[in-house]
Design a protein around this ligand. Structure first.
Ligand SMILES: [Mg+2]
Length: 222
């Protein structure tokens, strides 16, 4: 059977808080977010902004592992992914953030990662050392790579539009807009910044606050 696929952003979508905001608030000097302002002004890429912010981290790894728990992954995520699978939906994460914390949080919730696992993850690879910080690199897979964000969310949606029964998208940020626009409005889930961007274009979406609402809505569509 051809699956339907829910493609989801991670930071701020599956979680309450973004990793880059938490580390900037708690572990980095105030000027660390200047890279983010440079990105918002269009002077550097989203990837470069995050890469530069993450490279300044020097906390012990244990501190970072505790901090990611405060991203507050949706507590019913694992249960919801099982319900989605029973309803014929596969869940794919498409994140312009870093695999280092995404994999930890998802496996910590008891989920297996991979094309045949509970959840397929496309995120920028990263390694951590308290000497050099979180080193984030471009994804190796050229098919889903973008100079702007590393992982190319819209390319992932394109791929599944060709290879899945139907595709839904959920996101909360500016990097989600192009990907979300590729799916039909009744399968487009928006929160925060992306909602504003879609409103400005006169585009419709289903509004959500917690990821579990996305999962329940999709299951009820069937
Ligand atoms: Mg996000």
């Amino acid at each position: 059977m051809q699956h339907s696929v829910l493609i989801s952003d991670f930071d701020g979508t599956m979680t309450e808080n973004d990793f880059y905001k938490l580390v900037a608030e708690r572990l980095l000097p105030a000027q660390a977010l200047e890279f983010w302002q440079e990105y918002r002004r269009g002077r550097i890429s989203h990837f470069k902004a995050l890469q530069n912010i993450f490279s300044q981290l020097r906390a012990p790894q244990k501190v970072l592992e505790e901090l990611i728990l405060d991203m507050h992954l949706d507590p019913s995520l694992a249960k919801d992914i099982v319900c989605l699978r029973k309803a014929g939906w596969k869940v794919v994460v498409a994140s312009a953030g870093c695999q280092w914390y995404i994999d930890r949080l998802l496996t910590g919730a008891g989920l297996t990662i991979g094309p045949q696992g509970d959840v397929e993850v496309h995120a920028n690879p990263g390694t951590y050392s308290s000497g050099t910080g979180l080193t984030m690199t471009m994804p190796e897979d050229l098919q889903f790579r973008s100079q702007e964000t590393g992982v190319h969310k819209a390319a992932i949606v394109h791929y599944y539009l060709q290879n899945a029964h139907q595709v839904a998208y959920a996101g909360d940020g500016w990097t989600d807009v192009d990907a979300a626009m590729l799916v039909p409005p009744h399968l487009r889930f928006a929160k925060a910044d992306i909602k504003q961007a879609l409103d400005e274009r006169g585009e419709q979406a289903r509004i959500f606050t917690h990821w579990s609402e996305v999962a329940r809505t999709i299951v009820e569509l069937e």
